[in-house]
Write a protein that binds this ligand. Structure first.
Ligand code: SF4
Ligand code: SF4
Length: 80
């Protein structure tokens, strides 16, 4: 599984950037349509849940995002 940031909700607070123990996120450099520098999932392969299906072993970022902007996506979905 990997995380995805929904630009409709992210306000660029960067909590995910600072809280992820595996440094999966980076500060954004481009303005979103809402006018925020939304964070970026820059190293999804570093996540504890990379190549995991079913039970997640870390959810710090999804639980910490104040805008519920982070969701999970199956890595298999990206290859289609
Ligand atoms: S914690 Fe949520 S709102 Fe804040 S930068 Fe990360 S994804 Fe965006
Ligand atoms: S689940 Fe944990 S390791 Fe994975 S991106 Fe979120 S905070 Fe980082």
């Amino acid at each position: 599984m990997r995380t995805v940031i929904d630009l409709k909700y992210c306000k660029g607070c960067n909590i995910c950037v600072y809280i992820c123990p595996k440094k999966c996120y980076s500060k954004g450099a481009d303005l979103s349509e809402r006018g925020y520098f939304a964070a970026v999932v820059s190293s999804p392969e570093s996540c504890y849940n990379h190549k995991r299906e079913g039970k997640l072993i870390c959810e710090l970022c999804t639980l910490s995002c104040p805008d519920q902007a982070i969701s999970w996506k199956a890595e298999e979905e990206e290859k289609k």
